[in-house]
Design a binder for this molecule. Structure first.
Ligand code: ATP
Length: 188
C-alpha cells in the first residue's frame, strides 16, 4: 500500500511551519507523498475571511519545487463545512491502493476527541501528531507522534504582523509573501 500523508488546514496563509512538519513527517514515516488539503469552511473556525481561491493559490506557490508535495482540492469542491470524515471516506474510495496518515499539530491533538464522528474516523486513518508550543501531544486516542523541532509560527500571528506592518520575512516562502502583497491580503 502506498503511504500518503494528509495535511489539512485553513492555510490562511501557508507558512514554514506547515512545510517543515509535512517534510519531517514524510521523512520519519517514509511517505510517498504529502497532500495539502485546504478546507472550504473549517468546522472549528468561524472567521476565515480569506477567499478559498487565494488560500489555494498560496499553497500552490508554497509547495512549488517539492516533488513530494501535492494539493488536493477535494474540500474546496465539496464546499460547505469541511468535515475530515467526509474527506477521508471519499479519498479511500478514490484511492483504494493507498493508506492515509493525517498530520496534525498539538493544538489539534488536544481537540481531537471532539472531532465530528471521531470514533469512526479513527478507524479509517492513522493520526500523526507533531508538537506545538503551549499544547500537549498526549492523547487518549491512538496517535503516532513524530518528533520535530518546535516551530513557533502560526497563521494568526503572521496575519497580525502583516496588519501591524511588522516584517514576516522568512516566516513563509518568498513567493507567498509576494502574493500577499500583490493581492493586498491582511492589510497589505
Ligand atoms: P491559525 O493560526 O489561523 O489557526 P495555523 O497556523 O494553525 O492557523 P492551519 O492552516 O490551521 O494553520 O494548520 C494546519 C495544520 O498544521 C494543523 O493541524 C496545525 O496544528 C498544524 N500546524 C500549523 N502550524 C504549525 C506549527 N508551527 N507547528 C506544528 N503544527 C502546525
Amino acid at each position: 500500500m502506498k503511504r500518503i500523508g494528509i495535511l489539512g488546514g485553513t492555510f490562511d496563509p501557508p507558512h514554514m511551519g506547515h512545510l517543515i512538519i509535512a517534510e519531517e513527517v514524510r521523512l520519519a514515516l517514509d511517505l510517498e507523498e504529502v497532500w495539502f488539503i485546504p478546507s472550504y469552511t473549517p468546522p472549528h473556525k468561524s472567521n476565515v475571511k480569506t477567499k478559498p481561491e487565494h488560500r489555494l493559490k498560496m499553497i500552490r506557490l508554497a509547495i512549488q519545487g517539492n516533488p513530494y508535495f501535492k494539493v488536493d482540492t477535494i474540500e474546496l469542491e465539496r464546499t460547505g463545512k469541511s468535515y475530515t470524515i467526509d474527506t477521508i471516506k471519499e479519498l479511500r474510495k478514490r484511492h483504494s491502493d493507498k493508506k492515509f496518515y493525517f498530520i496534525i499539530g498539538g493544538d489539534m491533538v488536544e481537540y481531537l476527541p471532539n472531532w465530528y464522528q471521531i470514533e469512526e474516523l479513527k478507524n479509517l486513518v492513522t493520526f500523526v501528531g507533531v508538537k506545538r508550543s503551549n499544547y500537549s501531544t498526549e492523547s487518549a486516542f491512538p496517535i503516532y507522534i513524530v518528533d520535530i523541532p518546535l516551530i513557533e509560527i502560526s497563521s494568526t500571528v503572521l496575519r497580525k504582523r502583516c496588519i501591524e506592518g511588522t516584517s514576516v520575512q522568512y516566516w513563509l516562502p518568498h513567493s507567498v509573501h509576494q502574493y500577499i502583497k500583490e493581492h493586498h491580503l491582511y492589510g497589505h
